[in-house]
Design a protein around this ligand. Structure first.
Ligand code: B4P
Length: 190
């Protein structure tokens, strides 16, 4: 199985690149952000709980996202691989993912970390905010909070995957196709 953690700060291109990679490598796309937004749109209890947290740019509690991932992994026993987009975001989530994949006799193949500086991230998200309707893209204060959450809680996962010799850095500034080519090169070398 090919199991990729596509990593990076908010706005680094994880969702954008995932859309290309799922077709190129026949992977199941698992975006916790998309799933949570789907729950909000449907007005479920989970969505109601997540909405105000996401609108502030904070991370949703681990047990909520872990439950979502578990149910998707269990529903796809014959998958040839997964792309984890926006998950894991904390050490607790990463430990859970390792354990869950171990139970399925597989593991993370690589973590590809898209590297983009904070000013470029802010610019991209404010631009997306003009049309996305997402409250968390709507103003610079919230975007900076999302980046702060990333730096405090998510970036330490680089060390987690370095210890497993799985982290690869990918320059995330440039054209979407050029970045895709770099990601494919890293995957093809596995
Ligand atoms: P996500 O949905 O994961 O959103 P994101 O970090 O903003 O990244 P996204 O994938 O949408 O954007 P992309 O970089 O592709 O998370 C949203 C919220 O959900 C979190 O803040 C949190 O509250 C919650 N959440 C999700 N997962 C969680 C978890 N595991 N634990 C706890 N909470 C969780 O693209 C951004 C923009 O850049 C786009 O407009 C795109 O067109 C543009 N872009 C992409 N590539 C570009 C390039 N090369 N050049 C120029 N622009 C580019």
């Amino acid at each position: 199985m090919l199991n990729i953690v596509l990593f990076g700060p908010p706005g680094s291109g994880k969702g954008t690149q995932s859309q290309l990679l799922i077709n190129q490598y026949n992977l199941i796309h698992l975006s916790t952000g998309d799933i949570l937004r789907g729950e909000i749109a449907k007005g479920t209890k989970l969505g109601q709980k997540a909405k105000s947290i996401m609108d502030r740019g904070d991370l949703v509690p681990d047990e909520v996202v872990i439950g979502m991932i578990r149910s998707i992994l269990e529903k796809n026993p014959n998958a040839t691989g997964f792309i984890f987009d926006g998950f894991p975001r904390t050490t607790t989530q990463a430990e859970f993912l390792d354990q869950m994949l171990d139970e399925l006799n597989t593991s993370i193949s690589t973590m590809l970390s898209l590297e983009v500086d904070e000013d470029e991230l802010t610019k991209r998200l404010l631009e997306r905010g003009k049309s996305s309707g997402r409250a968390d893209d709507a103003n610079e204060y919230i975007i900076r909070n999302r980046i702060k959450e990333y730096n405090n809680k998510t970036a330490p996962l680089k060390e987690f995957y370095t210890q497993q010799y799985k982290l690869q850095y990918i320059e995330g500034v440039g054209s979407i196709n050029a970045i895709n080519a770099k990601l494919c090169e890293a995957i093809d070398q596995l």
